[in-house]
Design a protein around this ligand. Sequence first.
Ligand SMILES: C[S@@+](CC[C@H](N)C(=O)[O-])C[C@H]1O[C@@H](n2cnc3c(N)ncnc32)[C@H](O)[C@@H]1O
Length: 216
Amino acid sequence: MTVPPATGFEVHGARGPFNAAFFGLMGPYIEWNVRGQKRRVFAGLPRTVVELGPGVGANLRHLAPGSTLVAVEPNPHMHRRLRAAAERRGVHLDLRERVAEHTELPDGSVDCVISSLVLCTVTDPAAVLAEVRRILRPGGTFRFVEHVAARAGTPTRLLQRVLRRPWAWTFEGCSCERDLAASVCAAGFARVDIQEYRLHSPFITFNTQIAGVAHA
Ligand SMILES: C[S@@+](CC[C@H](N)C(=O)[O-])C[C@H]1O[C@@H](n2cnc3c(N)ncnc32)[C@H](O)[C@@H]1O
């Protein structure tokens, strides 16, 4: 199902298709780098999962065939690849062209929300986390894999600062300077388990990451 777009996401005629092609091409490489973390936090997903910003479907492999993915993806340039990937994986796709700040899903209606590399890009991470809490049932989980700001004073942190503008322009608003562990911990979940780790990819500003589970 495709519902009409909610406001707040600029669909860019050049960057939209570029990002869809980039994540289509680089997805397997990124996936290989974060495979251990994703296997851990996405283990045992329920049959219906809400995903924020699924892009072209990097996380479909973590859903069992026959599952349903409610995909909150505002960039229509991602949709063709996402549909094709869901079909290949045997996952039923319920596609919502909306932003994660306003999913329009009912209160307390969801067992599990997942995201990867999305809280770095949304306009308002705190609003997204409030929305996640609103839609999760008590005991439900938010499972995430995200890249975050490096520790202050490190060379990686300096590079994140220097490259912030071209990086944000290229990747549709993405910031490498967000302390997302603090954002998740401040969002009012009953319990949060977070692991920090570092990748060793050539995309240095992207290498400082967190993965975790927040319990509603
Ligand atoms: C860096 S890509 C990551 C895609 C995918 N999750 C992955 O791991 O490959 C960021 C995704 O977030 C989506 N996005 C950007 N702003 C969003 C928002 N406000 N709400 C939901 N998704 C958003 C983008 O369209 C894009 O698909």
